[in-house]
Design a protein around this ligand. Structure first.
Ligand code: AHR
Length: 663
């Protein structure tokens, strides 16, 4: 996969960059690069991703199921389903109806009974997740678990419709006998439709019981049946993430403990995974999403598989017995904590345990993955704060490390970047020797620029930092994808030079949130936006990608006038060596609205005749990318190195990556 769109012809605006000649007005900066190793390794986990089911990221997003409320389990069991009246039906109002039945003893409680009085007239229509995305010439697997009742219903016709109810695909399932059976058919679409529907009609009269009505594209990631949406996983893959943190975020905690994420309920047959309301469903009145549920089709087995596919270390986060403190703050008493702790211990065994000798390892093998998932990290709680968290963390820590001393535990410093809760969390956690402390900050671009030195003063002997959720929030208000503008991304790039410069303290970092559906988002900005057919990468995505793909293996020092570059003269920089590829990589961020010239001065940098230069910039700070129009993308150039001098232009408001061989 070609990651960057390579420019062959240099556009006029980049003429001075491409040729290496400085623009006349640019100020000159002499940057000293120290080729002696700092002894600081860049961890393979330095740049990762954080996946949470927010903004329709799982159902209707990464999880490629196209039918909303496929098992009639939503609080309103027919939500997402309509029984439109045809002209014939209005004349014959009794032509059919749907009734929901419920069995409280099962995890998949509900099924629907269709009563059909007029052959081929009654219709049941599913609207999908804000519509169903259908691609011309693509194949779809339609299925349902059905049981014939009274009468003579002999067939179900499934049709995919466009926005005007024109049929673009059709398949018929013959119903053979009574009893619950899975029926399936392959459908091929004749048109591309962004907001299609599925319509079911019935041949004969009588009753038919239905459950798990499902439609999947065949073209999923790695072609897996019932799998993940290919373009979205590809975007993650192209980031080469060092880790994937999942499944949240606040959905780990739940608004109440009953609504928390419980991994054991998310594995095994998808039909038996008991769904719950997604906490983002009602979190924000201004972005209410009453049809937002978690079916757990994307469950822990799928998360581990995804991590393996991406070559990323899995980092599951578990509830520590505290519901979201912004909501109820419901607490499991210390004497009630055992099941929560046991979930953590069992999860480690599920991921790593011997498939023959351990209960949970055996289950993993039965689910199709006898090899271990090589879990090394586990998170205890998400954004908890105060003494209740410390008490619970201590119990988890003791239990996990007495059985699995090799596992690194990620603890949390709460939702704020500083202040009372943050200070208290750090002070108390340090006493418990955690390996990693997670920090979260959603702040203005100015804050990110001013905090590039945030970690310079952190203790080198204490816990390591996981910058687990961060994003620059440009402007205020609620204007969705527009918040993912260049101003925000550039400030994140400047800040990230500070993460990298402190790679001996910061071992993991991830932007948040990761995904957002353009018609059903609750939180913005987000790294990747998608609709039912397409997705696009934001400028922040490309910043993340440039750092991740150029993380190197060893930190170098780069300075101007003997000082780390943390915004003096509006320049930020970090540098690394890649010992395997024998490359030096320098990242320079110019937040000024003036071009700059940089001369790199280094002893023992035996450079060749050319270097690669990748530039990410935009015409205006409020510029964004959008569907089919990614204006802000990295552009890679080759630049000559003349007389062993590295001399190059750093355009106004840009991130520049210089890469050259060393001997
Ligand atoms: O990323 C969105 C939310 O921000 C996360 O769920 C939570 O951890 C933080 O408050």
């Amino acid at each position: 996969m070609n990651l960057f769109k390579k420019t062959i012809v240099f556009p006029a605006v980049f003429l001075c960059i491409g040729s290496g000649l400085p623009a006349q007005s640019a100020s000159r900066h002499m940057l000293q690069l120290d080729m002696n190793s700092t002894g600081i390794k860049i961890q393979p986990t330095m740049y990762g991703v954080f996946f949470e089911d927010i903004n329709q990221a799982a159902d209707g997003g990464l999880y490629a199921e196209l039918i909303k409320n496929r098992s009639f389990e939503f609080n309103e069991p027919l939500m997402g389903w309509k029984q439109p009246k045809t002209q014939y039906q209005s004349e014959n109002p009794d032509s059919g109806y749907a009734t929901v039945f419920s069995n409280p003893d099962k995890t998949n409680h509900n099924y629907v009974r269709i009563s059909v009085n007029n052959d081929k007239v009654y219709q049941l229509v599913n609207e999908g997740f804000r519509g169903i995305g259908i691609r011309k010439e693509a194949y779809y697997d339609f299925s349902g678990i059905l049981s014939k009742g009274e009468g003579n219903i002999s067939a179900v016709k499934a049709e995919l419709l466009d926005e005007n109810n024109k049929v673009v695909s059709s398949a018929v399932i013959e119903i053979k006998d009574s009893g619950w059976h899975k029926y399936s058919a392959v459908m091929k679409a004749s048109e591309t439709v962004e907001k299609g529907k599925l319509r079911l009609t019935f041949t004969g009269k009588g009753t038919l019981m239905m459950d798990m009505i499902s439609l999947f594209p065949q073209d999923t990631w790695k072609g897996r049946k019932g799998g993940l949406r290919k373009d979205l996983v590809q975007k993650l893959y192209d980031l080469e993430p060092g880790f994937i943190r999942f499944p949240g975020g606040c959905i780990v905690e739940g608004r109440t403990l009953a609504n928390r994420y419980q991994w054991k309920k998310t594995i095994g047959d998808v039909a038996d995974r008991e769904l719950i309301i997604n906490r983002w469903n009602t979190e924000f009145a201004h972005r209410s999403s009453p049809d937002y549920f978690q079916t757990f089709g994307l469950g822990f087995m799928e998360y581990f598989q995804l991590a393996e596919d991406l070559g990323a270390a899995p980092l599951p986060i578990l509830s520590c017995g505290m519901a979201c403190q912004f909501n109820t703050g419901e607490l499991a008493g210390l004497e009630e904590l055992d099941p929560y702790v046991q979930d953590a211990l069992d999860l480690i065994e599920f991921a790593n345990g011997d498939p023959a000798a351990t209960k949970w390892g055996k289950l993993r093998a039965e689910l199709g993955h006898p090899e271990p998932f090589h879990l090394k990290f586990i998170g205890v709680g998400n954004e908890q704060w105060g003494p209740d968290y410390i008490d619970r963390y201590a119990i988890f820590e003791q239990a996990i490390h007495s059985k699995y001393p090799e596992i690194s535990i990620v603890s949390g410093s709460g939702p704020y970047s500083d202040g009372e809760y943050f200070e208290y969390g750090w002070k108390e956690l340090k006493k418990l020797n955690p390996q990693l402390i997670d920090e979260h900050y959603y702040k203005s671009p100015q804050w990110f620029l001013e905090n590039a030195a945030r970690y310079d003063g952190y203790s080198r002997s204490g816990p390591k930092v996981f910058a687990g959720e961060y994003a620059a929030h440009s402007g205020s208000g609620n204007y969705g994808s527009k918040r993912n503008n260049w101003e925000a991304a550039l400030s994140e790039a400047a800040f990230m030079t500070g993460l990298e410069r402190n790679a001996d303290v910061v071992c993991m970092s991830s932007y948040a949130p990761l995904f957002a559906h353009i018609d059903n988002w609750q939180w913005a900005p987000d790294l990747i936006w998608f609709n039912n057919l397409q997705s696009y990468a934001t400028p922040s995505y490309y910043v993340q990608q440039l750092f991740s793909l150029n993380k190197g293996t060893d930190l170098l020092r780069i300075r101007e006038n003997g000082k780390a570059m943390i915004g003096q003269q509006k320049l930020y920089a970090s540098a690394v060596k890649d010992m395997l590829k024998k490359e030096v990589i320098i990242k320079i961020v110019n937040v000024d609205d003036q071009d700059k010239e940089a001369e790199i001065i280094a002893d023992h940098l035996a450079v060749g005749k050319k270097m690669s230069k990748t530039v990410l910039t935009a015409l205006k700070p409020d510029q964004t990318n959008t569907f089919g129009q990614e204006n802000i993308v990295p552009k890679e150039y080759g630049e000559p190195i003349k007389k062993r001098k590295i001399f190059t232009a750093i355009p106004a408001k840009s991130l520049v990556i210089l890469k050259m061989k060393y001997r």
